[in-house]
Design a protein around this ligand. Structure first.
Ligand code: CS2
Ligand code: MG
Length: 402
């Protein structure tokens, strides 16, 4: 089998998605996600101008060789644009392999290790009461794990608190919106949220919280310690992790489990975190980390060091990524949990898929390949629209982490 052609598909059914479609000389095609929120067209150009010409005529079964050809061959390594482009190719090739062999991709990754993939949903509200109502709604839908974020008294807007109840979308059209931040107000408020949730929902529900890289290591230690009575499933991105040693300090001060890595691109971003056992969950995801071929290596390194996976699964990852994540999650032994933010009906219509939610689990479906398709005619109705993630400033105007 040979790669005949490939093209980048851009659509905006409510938000932007970049999809790579690779066609073979045997009529089989594969899909890969290359969406990088707020920087989508950089990946589209990387693929169209620099990657696709090098793919024509290659054997789509050679996923390992093609991965290294694109990674080492570029000379310029790592980075979100490069790694998302490589991921799109890798995902599409595994989709082709599955279809050619008439089997779901998970069977090529070791087969099913579990009957379903436990997912967590997003409950958020403008205050503690409203967040608790949302948690209740998620438990009624069957979720066993829920991430809770609440507005902070005294701050006009907060990360993670959406405008829509079901469909959280952080990117906004136009230029980047600005949020205001106070670490002290945040640290004083969050324990009250989780105290309320434990009283109302009991001990068994898995509760998660995303700090979104906003604390210093010692502040994160304080937060983790104050949340210990409420035994969170995890505290996510407590600090920016470019400096991996920072997590050592957090670790020394709290037993609250730590998840990190949604913005990482290669194994080198997490190597110290994993081998020193400074984290409990690695949140790297297929689309931003080089696809199956690379994330498998990360998961295997993590398995040796008591670290489990918890792949990023926000709405800015397309249904192709969600399907791919489910094949990966169901196959590996050290799976921990999968994030699941529901896409809008418009997005689901562009990407018809076989995965489905059932009593707190997502199931990837039994069909060949990834089990996702792309409706090109429908997608063409929604052309690209520039949108940005917000930026964040401290009360005195200082530019801060988002
Ligand atoms: C968040 C994301 O899902 C998460 O944990 O951190 O909403 C993230 O902000 C977006 O995916 C950024 O594109
Ligand atoms: Mg996050």
């Amino acid at each position: 089998m040979k790669i005949l052609s490939a093209k980048v598909l851009v659509t905006c059914p409510g938000r932007n998605f970049i999809t790579l479609k690779i066609e073979t000389d045997q009529g089989i095609y594969g899909l890969g996600d290359g969406t990088l929120n707020g920087r989508e067209l950089a990946v589209a150009s990387y693929l169209t101008d620099h990657v696709i010409p090098c793919l024509i005529g290659r054997d789509p079964f050679q996923t390992e060789d093609i991965w290294h050809y694109l990674y080492r061959g570029a000379y310029w390594r790592r980075g979100p644009v490069t790694m998302s482009a490589i991921a799109a190719v890798d995902m599409a090739l595994w989709d082709i392999k599955g279809k050619a062999l008439n089997t779901p991709v998970y069977n090529l990754l070791g087969g099913k290790s579990r009957h379903g993939v436990m997912v967590y949903g997003h409950a958020n509200g403008k205050d503690i009461e409203q967040t608790a109502e949302e948690v209740a709604r998620y438990t009624e839908m069957g979720y066993m794990a829920i991430r809770a974020q609440s507005g902070i008294p005294g701050l006009p807007s907060t990360y993670g608190v959406s405008k829509d109840r079901l469909f959280y979308e952080p990117a906004e059209k136009g230029l980047p919106p600005e949020n205001v931040w106070s670490t002290e107000k945040y640290l004083n408020h969050v324990p009250k949220l989780f105290e309320k949730l434990r009283v109302q929902f009991g001990s068994d529900l898995h509760l998660l919280h995303d700090v979104h890289h906003r604390l210093t290591p010692i502040e994160a230690g304080r937060l983790g310690k104050s949340l210990e009575p409420y035994h969170l499933f995890w505290m996510e991105d407590p600090v920016p992790a470019e400096m991996q040693e920072g997590l050592k300090l957090v670790r020394q001060h709290t037993t609250t489990p730590i998840a990190i890595g949604e913005v990482f691109n290669t194994i080198w971003d997490a190597q110290q975190l994993i081998t020193n056992q400074w984290i409990d969950y690695i949140r790297m995801t297929l689309v931003h980390s080089g696809g199956f071929t690379h994330l498998r290596k990360v998961a295997d390194l993590a398995a040796l060091h008591h670290v489990q996976t918890g792949c990023h699964g926000a709405t800015d990852l397309s249904p192709v990524s969600m399907a791919a994540a489910l094949h990966f999650d169901i196959a590996i032994n050290n799976f921990g949990i999968q994030e699941y933010m529901r896409h809008t009906p418009e997005t689901d219509a562009v990407f018809p898929h076989t995965y489905k939610f059932d009593k707190g689990y997502l199931l990837p479906g039994e069909g060949p390949g990834l089990g996702v398709d792309y409706d090109e005619k429908l997608a063409a109705k929604w052309p690209y629209e520039r949108a940005y993630l917000p930026v964040n400033r401290k009360l005195d105007g200082t530019m801060f982490h988002w």
